[in-house]
Design a protein around this ligand. Structure first.
Ligand code: GLN
Length: 503
């Protein structure tokens, strides 16, 4: 493996700026790495055939003296939920096989405008439904730490690409944990921004009141740099906040440098003690808290009594919204259409949806249409929305007492492929600590907190901040990251097993 793939996005950016490397060299190194290991990892559904041309163009503009963004020339992987004009966008589904979008998602357009070089589209659970990437219609992605284990989901492709050094940074989407839980199981960083902080325009909708696009990386600073590029108001998204955001990269740099943990009040949720975390996950979480305490943070026990109903409320709200969002895949407007000789339009539609959607998608469409049907709406969807309000109030009360909340990012380390695929309920419970964050619309980050002492696999710690205070997450995340990496004697991913024989 070329050394360039070992550099973070910030390090690549610095070398591109000082002229010691070109974007073509950086891009070629990552394409070579993809060619070497992606047969095993399967992080990508599509690899761009013109990434080197894009990189050459950035190099030429730099040589001509053009002022470029900080990340110009840095390669980027893109979750296949985000539409792109130059590569197919499938959202992991057969029904969209080969679909070419007439426009770019806003986050993709912003990344291109900033000179980032799209490497390809990453694998995901179909329509972002899942926690293991096994629900992809194109086969699972494997965890670079252990190829027999899941990389998390739904954004397992983006997390695995970054963890396997196939890309320095990636874009993901997070509706209930799909950026943070993959980060947890792959030893990477992932951020779910404040709802409305990053445009959803061109992100193939799963549940519109929960979806957020966000960054995936190996360091907190790299996520912050990418967030600075993709964030901010977008007139194409009616839920986009008209907010002036501070520089998240500046916040991350301040956290890594400064004394931001002294006096910081970190809330730990009492009720989560009952979740049944894997012992190694709990131990790693407690060790991270102790490391923060040693730097002057104050750990405060708080109560969030409705947190435990989050998963149940989510699995009414999400299927309800998804059933409505997925109605547009009707065999007429997008993607696949089956031929039904002599059939009516309804016959074509139902045959196409039957063949084009996988089991998990069908399960949720049925659940959602049932929950929304006349006579049941109040009992199911209406009640779930009330629970959502109670969870939002839990957060409001908690944030009156503490600056940030900390939780383990997920209950267990990476499980084995096949282990939960036939047990949807078990699969749903992977998001017990991430889902309430989406329900409340607040921001969350997962950073590596260490290796579990029971199986040697990565564990993440999640920080949650009040809405609009994403910068606080970068500050705190970078501060803890600096302490932990120092203690480990180098990044956690340096300890990942050799992939492709080159590490
Ligand atoms: N695992 C959760 C689900 O299956 C979260 C998905 C997501 O965030 N897109 O719905």
């Amino acid at each position: 493996m070329s050394d360039l793939t070992r550099l973070t996005a910030a390090e690549l950016a610095a070398r591109l700026t000082d002229g010691s490397i070109t974007s073509v060299e950086a891009t070629r190194a990552h394409l070579d790495r993809i060619a070497a290991v992606d047969g095993d990892v399967h992080a990508f559904l599509h690899v761009s055939d013109h990434a080197l041309d894009v990189a050459a163009d950035v190099d030429a503009r730099r040589a001509a003296g053009e002022q470029l963004g900080e990340l110009a020339g840095v390669p980027l992987a893109i979750k296949d939920v985000l539409v792109t004009t130059d590569m197919p966008s499938t959202s992991g589904s057969k029904i969209l096989e080969g679909f070419m979008s007439p426009y770019d998602a806003t986050v993709v357009a912003r990344a291109r405008a900033a000179g980032l070089v799209p490497l390809g589209k990453t694998n995901m659970d179909e329509f972002a439904m899942g926690s293991s990437t096994e629900h992809s219609a194109y086969g699972p992605t494997r965890n670079p730490w252990d190829l027999d284990r899941i990389p998390g989901g739904s954004g397992g492709g983006s997390a695995a690409a970054v963890a396997a050094f196939e890309a320095p940074i990636a874009l993901g989407s997070d509706t209930g944990g799909s950026i943070r839980q993959p980060a947890h199981v792959t030893g990477t960083v992932g951020v779910k921004p404040t709802y409305g902080g990053v445009s959803r325009y061109g992100s193939i909708a799963l549940a519109s009141s929960l979806d957020q696009v966000g960054p995936v990386s190996r360091t907190v600073l790299d996520s912050a740099l990418l967030h600075d590029v993709i964030g901010g108001h977008d007139p194409h998204d009616s839920t986009s906040l008209a907010e002036q955001w501070p520089s998240f990269a500046a916040a991350a740099r301040e956290g890594a440098r400064g004394d931001v943990l002294r006096g910081l009040k970190v809330g730990v949720i009492r009720e989560l003690a009952d979740v049944g975390f894997q012992p190694g996950v709990s131990a790693s979480f407690r060790a991270s808290l102790a490391a923060m305490e040693a730097q002057g943070a104050e750990i405060v026990e708080i109560s969030a009594p409705h947190f435990e109903y989050g998963v149940a409320a989510y699995y009414l709200i999400l299927p309800a919204e998804a059933s409505s969002n997925l109605a547009k895949f009707d065999s007429v407007r997008f993607g696949m259409r089956l031929d039904v000789p002599g059939g009516t339009v309804e016959d074509v539609m139902s045959a196409t949806r039957d063949a084009g959607f996988g089991d998990e998608v069908k399960r949720r469409i049925i659940l959602g249409t049932y929950a929304l049907s006349a006579g049941y709406y109040d009992a199911y969807y209406g009640s779930a929305q009330k629970v959502r309000t109670l969870i939002q109030r839990d957060f409001d009360e908690a944030f009156a007492q503490v600056d940030v909340i900390a939780t383990p990012s997920a209950p267990t380390t990476a499980f084995r492929l096949g282990e939960q695929i036939d047990d949807p309920l078990q699969m749903y419970l992977n998001d017990v600590t991430t889902i309430p964050v989406n329900l409340a619309g607040v921001p969350g980050i997962s950073i590596p907190s260490g290796l579990s002492d029971d199986d040697g696999l990565p564990v993440g710690i999640q920080f949650i901040a009040p809405a609009r205070q994403d910068a606080q997450l970068y500050r705190v995340g970078a501060a803890l990251e600096a302490i932990l990496v120092d203690g480990w004697g180098g990044p956690l991913l340096d300890r990942a097993p050799i992939l492709g024989g080159a590490r």
